[in-house]
Structure formats: C-alpha cells, structure tokens
Ligand binder design. Structure first.
Ligand code: AMP
Ligand code: GLY
Length: 429
C-alpha cells in the first residue's frame, strides 16, 4: 500500500513514522510533509498545499495512493474527505459536516446540549456590546472563545474582568482572529485537571486510544498564554479505568451515536479535550483529528499496526479490531522557537538530532523544520518533539530531557516539567 499523510507538523511526522512501520506499506508520502517524513526510509514529500484538493486528488491517482490520512483540521473543515471521496479515494477523517464539531464551537455546544454530553455552561454572542454586558452578570473567572478555528490560540481563561473584556474586544472589535472571532462563546470556567481522550471511529463504533495529557501554556507550572501545545505524555493516570468507562459512556458513545443520529456519521479520530472536575469528566472541546503533540506521545506506545485500523475506520469495520499499547510511558517535549506563541525568528540552524536519537528509546519528531542544503533550519513556532519511552515515568522524563540537552538551536525554548503532573496520581516510590 501507499499512504499519503496530509500536513507538515510533528503530528504528521509521528503518524508517518508509525505508518511506515507497517509491513503493508510500501511508501509514505507527505503533502507537504517535512524533513522528518522525507528522511524516513519509506518517506517521500511532495510540495502540494493541504487545501489544493484538485492537485492532491491528481497526485493520489498518479502515485497509486491507497489511503489518505489527514492531520490538520483546516482541510477537514474545508471538505477534503468529501471532495477526495467523490473521486473514490479512501480518506481517513470526518466529512466537512462532521468536522463542524471542531470548526464551530457554537455547533459543538448545541450538539452537546442536544445529546446530553457534559460540558461547561455557555452563551454565544455575535454582538460585542451584548457580550460585554453579559460579562457583568457572570463575573470572573470566565472563559472567552473565538467561535471559529484559531490554531488553539483563540481561548482566554480570564481571571480578572479587565482580561475578560480585553479578550472580547480583541476577538470582536479588533479582529485578532479574523472571521473566527466574529462570534464569541463565553463559557463557565471549569476547574480540574485536563486530559485528552482520542478515539478511532468508523461512523458506528469507536475504540479509544491510549490516554494522554497536553501542556498548553509555554512556561513551567502552566504559566503564560495558551499555545498549540508544549509537550505531552501518555498514559495520563488522572484517567483511571473507572473514569475511562464514564468517559466512554458519557462522552464518546453519545457523541458517536448522536452524530450518526444527526445524519453526520463520525469517521476518523474523535478527540475529546476533557476537564476532570469534581463532578466527573466535562468536555472542553472536541477536535476532529489527532492531537498535536499528543500523537507524538501515543504513537511510540502503540504496538498494533495502525494501518488496518485506519482502513477499518474508513470502511466501517472497526468493531473487529483491537488496538494494543506498550506499558512503558512516553513523554514528548516540544522545543519551540524563542518568543513562541508570540513573534519569533526563523532560520536558526538545528544541531544534535542524530546524537539525541542514539539514546535508546528516543525519537525526535520534526515540526517547524526545513531542510536547506545539508542543514536543518527552524521554520515555525514549535520546532521539534523530543520523544522518549522507558520502563518508568521517571526514567522516561530523564531520557527525554537528556535528549533535549543534546539538541541546539539559537533561542530554543522548552518547558522543563513535561510529564510531572502524572506523579500526582501515581503511588510514590
Ligand atoms: P480549547 O481551544 O477550547 O481547547 O481551549 C484551550 C484551553 O483553554 C484548554 O485546553 C483549557 O486549558 C482552557 N479552557 C478552555 N475552556 C475552558 C473552560 N471552560 N474552563 C477552564 N479552562 C478552559
Ligand atoms: N493538543 C491540542 C490539540 O491538538 O488541539
């Protein structure tokens, strides 16, 4: 089989890396991919944009691609699955209609209300003055969200009224997120610990992946504004087996059943971003794709060949598959460009990746990286996902940071506490 992965980040490198391990797979293509995918033995990158559906379809036919796996949300929201599907191409991911679960927060909120899926209470506004007046009645803390896609940055958890008002003004009056911010969702602030629960779905059934936890703010102890994610680990022991059962019964099953009942059968990855509150799991958001950087921490633990599972999601036969994981934890540390998520410089030379990968159990997934001659240069905010697995969490964290120490680029920034929250839930040794 030939498989095409759409996207160019660390998530796509991790997916391509896992797909390439399948004995069924001859070649893994990346569109546009990145140097990490290109460097895989079976890897080939092609410079086609993720939203050029005509060119992607043509390329898919020319290269005899059997399966397309979509990484990012944008092409899903724009209908890549529908468009390529019309031409008979097998694409892993939800339709544009189903992708609204992520692309429109107000759609997701209505859906959760209709199907009794636990989530934060909220109100939706198209008018800035009404939104500001509403804030007077809620007080703080309160959460302000741009309705549309804003690369994980359209959310403000406001602890003061000034912050809350500034967030509404930025989205609705100053167009900080363009069209995505014309409508704003104002939401009850949930307290607790977060977890990411991803599930393979085939329209009728679902199979959860291993649990994981992201780290959204850029600084240790969750300080600073939200980013796309600064690191992840799997499993997330905040999700006990009993809690996982509740999540399946209260969130995943009603979501998959509800989407089918509403005429939008859900295929692909359903990602529930959860807050584990005192009252149980509540949905912060749904995403319609693999998490980034969660995928980088999950793929190294998956012992099952992922390719038959991806195909089963597309053709509705997931129920007859099992997905297994190694007991060893996995930790993935994001090395970012200095200044991210604000302005940052690009084009810094990256050294030490090969040296880091000589450490047993270490894999470096590339995200914002470009190849220039023999050099690898930084080309984005999140540059690398330095990933390690080992028998215990302590060893895994040590190994991930030992690998980070071996890698250099000017201005590199990373959190030093990725994975540490898990110890709150593990017996002390
Ligand atoms: P989202 O893009 O909706 O996932 O939100 C980004 C981040 O903002 C989440 O990962 C949470 O850390 C935080 N957040 C979003 N909604 C809430 C909420 N209702 N209560 C508390 N924190 C939230
Ligand atoms: N890790 C957050 C996301 O993928 O949206």
């Amino acid at each position: 089989m030939n498989v095409l992965v759409i996207g160019s980040g660390g998530r796509e490198h991790a997916l391509a890396w896992k797909i390439a391990q399948s004995p069924l797979v001859k070649k893994v293509y990346g569109a546009p991919g990145n140097p990490g995918i290109d460097l895989l033995e079976k890897g080939v990158c092609v410079n086609v944009a993720t939203d050029d559906f005509d060119l992607l379809a043509t390329y898919t036919e020319i290269e005899h691609i059997d399966l397309v796996v979509v990484g990012p949300e944008d092409p899903l929201a724009k209908g890549i699955v529908d468009e390529l599907g019309k031409r008979g191409i097998t694409v892993f991911g939800p339709s544009a209609a189903a992708a609204q679960l992520e692309a429109s927060k107000s759609f997701a909120k209505d859906f959760m209300e209709r199907h009794h899926i636990p989530t934060a209470a909220c109100a939706v506004f198209d008018d800035a003055h009404l939104a500001l007046a509403y804030l007077e009645t809620t007080g703080v803390p309160i959460v302000i969200k741009a309705d549309g896609l804003a690369a994980g940055k359209g959310v403000t958890v406001a602890r003061t009224m000034a912050e809350a008002e500034a967030a509404v003004r930025a989205a609705m009056l100053d167009d900080a997120f363009g069209e995505a911010g014309a409508r704003v969702v104002i939401e009850e602030c949930l307290e607790g610990e977060e977890a990411s629960i991803l599930a393979f779905c085939d329209g009728k059934t679902f199979k959860p992946l291993a649990t994981s936890q992201d780290h959204k703010p850029p600084f240790d102890d969750d300080k600073g504004p939200n980013t796309g994610g600064m690191g992840a680990y799997s499993p997330a022991p905040v999700v006990s087996d009993a809690l996982m059962e509740r999540i399946c019964a209260e969130v995943l099953a009603p979501c998959v059943n509800g989407m089918a009942a509403d005429g939008m059968p859900y295929k692909g990855i359903l990602y529930a971003g959860l807050m584990i509150t005192e009252d149980g799991p509540k949905v912060i958001e749904f995403n319609v794709r693999f998490g980034d950087p969660e995928t980088q921490a999950i793929m190294p633990r998956m012992t099952t060949d992922i390719v038959p599972i991806l195909v089963a999601c597309c053709n509705g036969t997931l129920a007859s598959h099992e997905v297994a994981y190694s007991d060893w934890p996995c930790v993935s540390v994001v090395m970012a460009s200095g200044g991210y998520p604000g302005a940052y410089e690009k084009g810094k030379v990256i050294t030490g990746i090969a040296n880091a990968e000589t450490l047993d159990g270490v894999t470096v997934f590339m995200a914002g990286v470009k190849q220039q001659g023999d050099d690898l240069l930084t080309s984005g905010g999140r540059v690398l996902n330095v990933t390690a697995t080992a028998p215990t969490l302590t060893e895994t964290i040590e190994k991930a940071y030992a690998a980070v120490e071996r890698i250099h680029f000017d201005g590199a920034h990373y959190r030093t506490d990725i994975g540490r929250k898990a110890f709150r839930h593990l017996p002390s040794t």
